[in-house]
Design a protein around this ligand. Structure first.
Ligand SMILES: [Zn+2]
Length: 430
């Protein structure tokens, strides 16, 4: 059984959130424009607990992100500036940094993303230091407990254990740029390649599973004239060795348009696998290169002037499952890639090919296993469900994504380089 977490209603329920606003905002100037879920106003001051029983205050600027399609979370990201009165002039440790405040309602993932990032940073030594360029910088994180008599309590009762809202979590982070800030297709391919390597490192070396691959979590850091892909938003991450423990595995995670196909099924109750995130990478890429004609411009569908793939953002699960079926089982697969992104066509068709072979293999296996069960139930055939028979593994993805238009992209870390060396050795032997 899959438990559905409330999403849009919760996020839109402004009344229940007013209480939170009172908890959080200490000084709101009159007649400022509303800026979203929290009704935060530009110029408001927010004071929160800091180290050693101190507090810090930030001044809220523009709301730059508000989620509306993530299960159980109403993430808001607001640009902020330090407004601490006790910071001596020119000595603020947040000075010169582009800061954002991120507010979330952690429901089923009590571990803060700060904890995960900290663990990664501890391990990012020596040959692993490259990963630091691809992790978000979180400067401070704080939780504000909700009181039992808050209006959100009704919400808790309605959804019982499926929605345990205990805190509002805030964090002060470095502001990152969206993918649309990249001006060329080549820059995007390197950013994709960076993030996929980071996602893999985090799982392999830090034993953390990100579980929320979506376009909004693929960010860009510009530092010293260079651009780096950053894997952002770790609110749905889990420790790998806890996977399958407790209720977390019963709850689907991810951002709807990019979720793996089988996760849209009503009867899907399996665990979130690494290959689900790989499948999500494919959808991020597909939507990006078919929906946009240039970094910021959407391409209208020639028939009805609707934006192609736009509906993926608002359709329900059953519809998305059928849409994704038609993509995964398309033969031949001819995605309407816009000319600006035409270089992505090879990546997309190769990834789709692996999904097609993997799922077809799984289907054949299920049929054969059913037949075999009737004949010799003690000799059932085996199939690697984790990688769909080897078609959707890190090695396969590395093979596809390390080259773009016959150019080698930058690979980081020994782990990834070993995979590529192994692949080229295999190819030479063939
Ligand atoms: Zn300061």
């Amino acid at each position: 059984m899959i438990k559905y977490l409330p999403e849009a209603d919760f996020i839109r329920n402004a009344d229940s959130l007013l209480q939170l606003q009172k908890l959080l905002v200490v000084n709101t100037p009159k007649e400022s424009p509303s800026s979203g879920i929290f009704e935060f106003c530009e110029g408001s001051l927010l004071t929160f607990p800091y180290k050693d029983e101190q507090t810090r205050t930030v001044c809220l600027k523009r709301v730059i992100f508000r989620s509306n399609d993530v299960f159980g979370r109403g993430t808001t990201v607001v640009r902020v500036e330090c407004a601490c009165r006790h910071c001596p002039p020119n000595q603020c440790n947040w000075q010169g940094k582009e800061l954002v405040l991120k507010l979330t309602f952690p429901s089923k993932t009590p571990i803060s993303e700060w904890t995960f990032i900290d663990r990664c940073k501890e391990l990012a030594q020596g040959e692993h230091a490259w990963v630091l360029n691809h992790l978000p910088d979180i400067y401070w994180s704080f939780d504000i407990p909700l009181h039992d008599d808050s209006p959100l309590d009704n919400f808790k009762k309605e959804f019982e254990d499926a929605h345990e809202m205990r805190v509002v979590r805030g964090s002060i982070q470095e502001e990152l740029k969206p993918l649309s800030s990249l001006k060329t297709a080549k820059e995007r391919t390197q950013v994709f390649c960076d993030i996929i390597q980071c996602h893999h490192w985090v799982r392999k070396c830090a034993q953390i599973f990100h579980r929320d691959v979506s376009e909004g979590n693929f960010m860009v850091r510009e530092r010293d004239g260079k651009k780096y892909g950053v894997l952002n938003d770790w609110d749905l991450a889990i420790w790998l060795n806890n996977e399958g423990d407790g209720p977390t595995s019963l709850i689907r995670t991810g951002t709807r348009p990019y979720m793996a196909r089988e996760q849209h099924s009503f009867d899907w109750g399996g665990q979130h696998r690494y290959r689900h995130d790989l499948e999500s990478i494919f959808y991020v890429m597909l939507l990006l290169v078919c929906l946009y004609s240039s970094p910021n411009e959407k391409v209208p569908h020639f028939e009805n002037q609707e934006f192609r793939f736009e509906e993926w953002h608002w359709r329900d699960d059953e519809y998305l499952r059928l849409l994704k079926n038609s993509v995964v089982y398309a033969a031949p697969f001819r995605p309407p890639v816009s000319p600006f992104f035409i270089g992505f066509l090879l990546w997309l068709t190769e990834l789709q090919d692996h999904l097609y072979m993997g799922f077809t293999g799984l289907g054949t296996h299920i049929k054969q296993a059913a037949k075999q069960e009737a004949r010799q139930p003690n000799k059932l055939p085996t199939f690697d469900v984790e990688t769909l028979g080897g078609h959707l593994s890190c090695e396969q993805i590395a093979m596809i994504l390390h080259m773009f238009n016959n150019e080698q992209l930058t690979t980081h870390g020994l782990e990834w380089q070993k995979i590529l060396e192994g692949l080229s050795r295999n190819q030479q032997q063939k």
